[in-house]
Design a protein around this ligand. Structure first.
Ligand code: SAH
Length: 221
């Protein structure tokens, strides 16, 4: 089983990432190292390298492998970067980030998701990731500024708190838009203390970003 999954992981890197234009060795190697099966419930482990988002606790999803790679590519990460991830979920994307950059802070609004992600990341030996519980639409002032902020949930627009907590030259990558079925993946780059520019990258589909600078509470989703 373990060897089968290792082989499936390599096939995922070749067919889902390299074949679709992910060429950065740092991303490919990070995704070769992180066992996605460790972030899934036992009954879903056999599907760990399927080309899909999969359900996790609290009605949320673990992001499709290609989309994790695409977002990290869009964030133009460097090894010395400090990164804030919004929407820890299973902890999978945080682990991939931890393989690539110096320091990762990740924040999750569902306490039980944050707790199990923390346990998994600790068990796998990631010491450069800190999991926080709370409303990530407010960013994480205590740990700011960040070289990159990556959100794996989609909001109505870039929360002002994130733009303010971004280093000059820093990048925000997030899905934006009101339609639950598809959103625009955008990159906002901070050019100076007062100026930013935004690029539209792809059409994507993510769960909603719920919070003070996101969507309102949607009945506990
Ligand atoms: N990166 C995750 C994807 C999880 S799905 C993974 O690899 O598994 C997105 C997550 O964003 C969900 O767990 C959801 O609960 C969380 N989320 C939504 N709004 C949030 C907010 N305001 N602050 C923190 N987390 C939020």
């Amino acid at each position: 089983m373990h060897d089968d999954l290792a082989a499936s992981r390599e096939t995922m890197v070749e067919r889902q990432l390299i074949a679709r234009g992910i060429a950065e060795p740092c991303i490919l190697n990070a995704m070769r190292r992180v066992p996605r099966e460790a972030f899934l419930s036992a009954d879903l482990r056999a599907w760990a390298y399927a080309d899909a988002a999969l359900p996790i606790e609290a009605g949320q999803t673990i992001t499709q492998p290609f989309m994790v790679a695409r977002m990290l590519q869009a964030a133009r990460l460097k090894p010395e970067d400090r990164v804030l991830e919004i929407g820890t979920g299973s902890g999978y994307a945080a682990a991939v980030l931890a393989e690539m950059v110096a320091r990762v802070d990740t924040i999750e609004r569902h306490p039980q998701l944050a707790e199990s992600a923390m346990d998994r990341l600790r068990a796998l030996g990631y010491h450069n990731v800190k999991v926080h519980t709370g409303d990530g639409t407010l960013g994480l002032l205590a740990c700011a500024p960040f070289d990159a902020i990556v959100a794996t949930a989609s909001g109505p627009g870039v929360p002002p708190a994130w733009s303010a907590q971004l280093e000059i030259g820093g990048r925000i990558v997030m899905p934006v838009g009101p339609d639950p079925d598809h959103q625009r993946l955008i990159r906002l780059t901070r050019d100076s203390s007062t100026t930013y520019h935004e690029e539209m990258l792809d059409l994507v589909r993510f769960v909603p970003l719920i919070g003070a600078q996101g969507w309102g509470d949607m009945g506990g989703r």
